[in-house]
Ligand binder design. Structure first.
Ligand SMILES: [Zn+2]
Length: 110
């Protein structure tokens, strides 16, 4: 993603990582349990489908990640989201299940 490098603020670092991508439905009791029925993410704001994702705590809230042809913003955590695993917010549980597990190279702007 050569273009992404042009947009980076001074002092930021970015890298490609090999990631395991899964998906979840914000507020879905099957995906996030009963902890966040309101769809609020660990960063304290509403999780929006096709915009936010959950990542390991080594990736700060607000970090931009380019994956699957679009940008995602880290706004959530998950007990099973460790290391290079990312959980992408999709509109529904059904969409998340259909997504399954994908292994992709993703661009992380720290
Ligand atoms: Zn679900």
């Amino acid at each position: 993603m050569a273009l992404a490098a042009l947009w980076m603020p001074v002092g930021a670092s970015a890298e490609w990582i090999k990631a395991e991508l899964t998906a979840y439905g914000p507020g879905c009791p099957h995906c996030v349990g009963k902890r966040r029925p309101d769809g609020i993410g660990a960063a304290g704001h509403k999780i929006k489908p096709y915009l936010h994702c959950a990542a390991d705590k080594s990736i700060a809230f607000g970090t931009r990640i380019y994956a699957l042809g679009q940008w995602w913003i880290v706004g959530d955590r998950g007990s099973r989201i460790r290391g290079n695993r990312l959980d992408l917010a999709l509109p529904s549980h059904r969409a998340a299940k259909k997504f399954g597990l994908k292994r992709e190279r993703v661009w992380v702007e720290r």
